[in-house]
Design a protein around this ligand. Structure first.
Ligand code: ZN
Length: 414
């Protein structure tokens, strides 16, 4: 894993990005910019100054780069996948996060273009797990109102959540992840729905569901199954179902953050045990993620997080994306976990998309991920490519500047 070194002077780097590479820079600041490896590659690898972008971003590279979620896969031939991925590689993408079953032709096409292929998998919300539904109805999470998601899914039909505190549930998940990670053509596992059901929806969605959620409502508050109640009572002597004010109980809140973190920790061990990377799609910021879905993701032992900074869901604009990245990067400082900003493509026209990507770089994300392929028009892809080229050219120019400054200093010192 990369050395967890990040700058503490973002303002300085903002000046760099505005094209002032001649500014004096101290060595400490240079070293601190190595967080995502962008400058480090130029220095340590002795890379030449850029002309055009190299084709793709080789696996293992940690240049500022793009990722793409591919959810509902469009019908494409192997040749069409190769053409698409070749285009993504040229534009500066690093990898694809692909939903659904493993698909060898898609994985091969990704690798031929120099892209990483990660399996995008739903973890605790498992609507498609018919085996679990038929054989283990007791695994499903129970609300404070007493309803199981197997019989009464909250919000939408596909919300069928399993309970993270049950060892057989975690064993089932470890097995699924182990099978996926052992496939040689899979470069990493990407966890999604690795959280509790939304106890509070993002504000921009309240109207859609006809709800006012300025407090935790019992029908959306999980999990009060016998396993959770028993384990919490063993630990604290108190039954969660009888707490006077469950949403305000610090131990009960922490119990559930830790329950999700434990699942992540176990799945990370399985994936890494197979030699594969592990990442997760998470809610926008550590604060929102804890409050809305009980994810303490800045405590997770993963290689990357992809916070979903889907601004329309929060009734927010693009500046909020930058603020969210800043909070996440700050929370992860020193952890070694990379942050890639998840962008909601269909709400970002090309110039605004370019602005959001620049913002990700300025706020020290390691890259960004686009949701999803179906909204990736030619115009958007062109905006991504131009912006990545601009950012990398700036990064490499800076790197060369620092390298020369370092050589001079060495000579003077000698
Ligand atoms: Zn439970």
């Amino acid at each position: 894993m990369r050395a967890p070194i990040r700058t503490t002077e973002p303002l300085l780097r903002r000046n760099f990005l505005r094209g002032r590479p001649g500014d004096p820079v101290r060595r400490r600041e240079f070293l601190e910019t190595l967080g995502c490896g962008a400058l480090g590659l130029g220095l340590l690898g002795g890379a030449a100054l850029p002309g055009r972008l190299p084709a793709g971003s080789a696996p293992g590279s940690s240049e500022f780069a793009g990722w793409l979620w591919i959810g509902r896969r469009p019908e494409k031939t192997a040749a069409e996948w190769r053409a698409l991925f070749s285009r993504l590689g040229q534009a500066g993408f690093r990898g694809v996060l692909v939903g659904g079953q493993f698909d060898a032709p898609i994985a091969d096409a990704a690798h031929a273009a120099g892209l990483e292929y990660h399996r995008w998998m739903w973890i605790l919300n498992r609507p498609g797990d018919t085996w679990a539904r038929e054989n283990h109805p007791e695994w499903y999470a129970v609300s404070r109102a007493g309803d199981s998601t197997i019989e009464a899914p909250p919000y939408v039909e596909y919300y069928r959540w399993v309970c993270p505190t049950r060892e057989p549930v975690r064993q089932h998940l470890r097995q699924l992840i182990g099978e996926a990670a052992r496939e040689p053509a899979v470069d990493g596992i990407h966890l999604d729905y690795i959280r509790y059901c939304d106890v509070i929806l993002p504000r921009g969605l309240w109207k859609k569901y006809g709800l006012v959620q300025n407090r935790e409502l019992p029908q959306f508050d999980f999990c009060y199954c016998p396993s959770c109640r028993g384990q919490f009572k063993d630990r604290t002597g108190r039954d969660p179902a009888e707490l006077p004010d469950p949403p305000a109980d610090a131990e009960w809140i922490r119990f559930r953050w830790d329950a999700v973190t434990r699942v992540v920790t176990e799945l990370a061990e399985v994936s890494r045990g197979a030699g594969k990377a592990i990442s997760a799609a998470v809610f926008a910021t550590p604060t929102l993620a804890r409050r809305l879905v009980r994810q303490a993701w800045d405590e997770w032992p993963v290689d990357r997080v992809f916070p979903m900074m889907y601004h329309p869901a929060y009734d927010e604009g693009v500046p909020w994306i930058g603020e969210s990245i800043r909070e996440g990067v700050e929370a992860l400082r020193g952890s070694g976990t990379e942050l890639n900003a998840g962008l909601y493509l269909s709400a970002l026209d090309p110039p605004v998309l370019a602005e959001a990507i620049r913002m990700a770089r300025v706020e020290e994300a390691c890259g960004f991920s686009l949701f999803d392929l179906n909204a990736l028009t030619d115009e958007r892809l062109e905006a991504v490519e131009n912006t990545l080229w601009e950012i990398r050219a700036t990064d490499r120019g800076l790197s060369e500047h620092h390298r020369q400054a370092g050589v001079r200093r060495h000579l003077l010192a000698g």
